[in-house]
Design a protein around this ligand. Structure first.
Ligand code: ZN
Length: 332
């Protein structure tokens, strides 16, 4: 029993229902959008999100975790406008998303970086931690909407000094608040293990960590190594595939999960799409500005779950992935 803050209020962890652990409403560089993307119309974005999330709720999903943080364009007022009109719970996050460098507001401010901020004894050395803790305990952007989990990233560039700084700040905010952690990782360079090393060295309890994008590989040895340290595997990109993913298919994603379940790992698997309603990662006119044809919020409920059941995964094991594992992730 742990209180979980959503965009529309606080609910108990036991009331989360079926959870998709990694979905975005909007992934936008707000500065870029404002200057160069008049095609992203505010009302249109909100309306489209409301429609898609209503469909998702009707498909049996009760809660999504939205790991959109600094670097991905988290804009809490637009997210709230959507949440107010859907029945689905949306859980916001705090943290920093980057593959190499911290955003400029952090580049020159911090321990040994030129502008050090006065720190009282007992406070964490890096003021970055304050940002995260404030979002988790007071509210985001002057609202009373609190984030409920922490997000950071480590991709193919590995553990750059700035990535290490963010991981350590995330760990310290976790220790201060008890909020769990989600890490964007690159499974091909096995960066989940590196993330675990840094977080563990800072004292993070690894079962409170989702190693995101673990479902992008068939390397079961790597996934076993991550899961054996207690972390939860984010099998969270259902609907993504094709050339961009080295020819990786829906079937590959299912096969990997079935193999892990057969070895007893169903208590460390979560499901999701890493989908978004609008993103500016693609050029104007590209259909993925809106939705890839075969990437919707419904692949998990309408295709993945039936495929898993077909392959001998039990309903109880599916419930672990969708209900019990996300719930336990939030519980201290
Ligand atoms: Zn994502």
């Amino acid at each position: 029993m742990t209180a979980v803050s959503t965009l529309t209020g606080t609910i108990d962890s036991s009331a989360l229902g079926r959870v998709l652990v990694h979905e975005h409403l909007f992934v936008l560089n707000e500065e870029y959008r404002y200057n160069y993307r008049p095609d992203f119309v505010e009302e249109d974005m909100i309306e489209t999100a409301v429609e898609q999330l209503a469909e998702l709720k009707a498909a049996g999903i009760d809660t999504i975790m939205d790991p959109t943080v600094l670097g991905l364009g988290r804009f809490i007022h637009r997210m709230k406008a959507v949440a107010d009109r859907v029945e689905l719970n949306i859980i916001p996050a705090t943290g920093i998303y980057t593959y190499r460098d911290v955003p400029f507001p952090f580049t020159y401010v911090g321990p040994g970086l030129g502008y050090d901020v006065d720190r009282a004894p007992g406070q964490p050395a890096d003021f970055m931690v304050d940002h995260f803790v404030n979002d988790l305990t007071v509210g985001i952007a002057g609202t009373d909407i609190r984030a409920s989990f922490l997000k950071c990233a480590i991709d193919t560039h590995g553990l750059t000094p700035d990535i290490e700084r963010i991981l350590r700040a995330v760990a310290q905010a976790h220790l201060a608040t008890g909020a769990p952690v989600t890490v964007h990782t690159d499974s091909h360079s096995r960066s989940g293990l590196l993330a675990q090393d840094v977080l563990e060295a800072e004292g993070v309890d690894l079962p409170r960590v989702i190693i995101g994008h673990s479902g992008d590989t068939k390397d079961v040895d790597y996934l076993r190594a991550v899961a054996d340290r207690g972390s939860i595997l984010g099998m969270d990109r259902f609907g993504h595939g094709g050339e961009e993913f080295g020819g990786f298919t829906f079937g590959d994603r299912i096969n990997t999960i079935v193999a892990l379940v057969e070895e007893g790992y169903s208590d460390r698997i979560t499901l999701s799409h890493d989908n978004f309603v609008f993103a500016d990662f693609y050029p104007p006119g590209e259909p993925r500005n809106r939705l890839e044809k075969d990437l919707t919020f419904l692949v998990v409920s309408q295709q993945a779950v039936p495929a898993l059941l077909d392959r001998g995964v039990t309903q109880a094991q599916v419930d672990e992935m969708l209900i019990h594992n996300p719930r336990r992730y939030f519980e201290r």
